[in-house]
Design a protein around this ligand. Structure first.
Ligand SMILES: C[S@@+](CC[C@H](N)C(=O)[O-])C[C@H]1O[C@@H](n2cnc3c(N)ncnc32)[C@H](O)[C@@H]1O
Length: 318
């Protein structure tokens, strides 16, 4: 396995300065006094990826309400997902994280006698190495990619085998239209895309708001620091709403934030983990122009969607 050290020449690329620049350039004015700072990548700067790992631990309410039922669901549907994939494919695992859910795919590839080249993609070097080493130990060909998802259409070479692009529940961290377009671009006209959503009408949404609200400070402290803000002093009213969006109100403005157009009292969207209704999920797929997909609904709170050939040939050439 080519170790991540080949990326050293990119070190400055994913240095703290790089994250800081990404932070300021990702700030988007939504309307007067409201800014979108929900870029999910900025939650996983070196060492803050540990915060994410902690909330997944058994016994943590996040684990009880999200990680454990999601695992049970993936175990139920992965046979069906892999059965719909070609004999040999490129498995592009967007953000493997710490929970090794890719193992459900590996187990089915083995069971169904199929083959893949495993390409984990993550901004976190720690999570990337963990995923790559684990696959390598199982004799699976591995080609790790340290990059942002958004860079992939420019970073990845054309693949001579179909691409299976799996984003899973990280789909919930993005605006649906934005991420569905990016995933289609990455998968191409002969590829496949897998996303997941936890369906709002099938869970206790008030309980989920409490869980995210409890972790809001620990999850967003490092992200606010990238903007030169102290989460305990420079912002107020940090809260999660019923859309599972985390917001705060700006108290202190730095000269650089003023340059970007922010002022005290402005509302900032810090993070989102959206829980669509089943109708909204279908509407988002429809609006994105997808018709060729399989909804893997087994009545659980999670519903996965496998998109097939998401990109029109003529769009691919552009
Ligand atoms: C919410 S975790 C999900 C991890 C895993 N897929 C799961 O379902 O448990 C998101 C993962 O994606 C990575 N990530 C998030 N946004 C990213 C981006 N824009 N580019 C690259 N990596 C990103 C994080 O480092 C983390 O490993």
């Amino acid at each position: 396995m080519e170790k991540i050290n080949e990326q050293t020449e990119n070190k400055e690329k994913y240095s703290l300065d790089w994250f800081r620049e990404r932070a300021f350039s990702s700030l988007k004015k939504v309307s007067e006094g409201v800014f979108d700072y929900s870029d999910s990548l900025l939650l996983y700067i070196p060492r803050s990826d540990e915060e994410y790992e902690k909330i997944q631990h058994e016994g943590n309410p996040y684990h009880e309400m999200i990680t454990a039922p999601e695992r049970k669901y993936l175990l139920q549907i992965m046979k069906d997902v892999v059965a719909r994939l070609p004999e040999n494919f490129e498995y592009l695992d967007l953000g493997p994280g710490s929970e090794h859910k890719e193992q459900y795919v590996f187990d089915q590839i083995l069971e169904q006698g199929k083959k893949c080249v495993y390409r984990p993609v993550d901004i976190s070097e720690k999570f990337l190495n963990k995923a790559a080493e684990r696959a390598e130990k199982q004799g699976i060909p591995v080609e790790p990619v340290r990059a942002s998802f958004e860079e992939l259409p420019n970073v990845l070479q054309k693949s001579n085998i179909p691409r299976f692009v799996s984003l899973g529940l990280t789909y919930s961290n993005y605006d649906p239209q934005e991420i569905l377009k990016l995933l289609a671009d990455i998968a191409g006209s002969n590829g496949y895309v897998f996303i997941e959503a936890q369906i709002r009408e099938r869970i206790d949404i008030k309980r989920l708001v409490e869980i995210y609200a409890k972790d809001s400070l620990s999850v967003t402290t490092a992200k606010l620091k990238l903007l030169g803000l102290d989460a305990e002093v420079d912002v107020e009213d940090l809260h999660a709403n019923e859309d599972i969006q985390m917001w705060c109100t700006l108290k202190k403005v730095t000269p650089r934030l003023t340059e970007v157009g922010l002022k005290a009292g402005d509302k900032i969207l810090l993070f989102q983990s959206l829980r669509p209704s089943i109708d909204k999920l279908k509407r988002d797929l429809d609006e994105a122009g997808f018709s060729d997909y399989t909804m893997l609904d087994v009545g659980e709170s999670f519903v996965g969607v496998l998109l097939e050939r998401p990109l029109q040939k003529e769009d691919e050439e552009k």
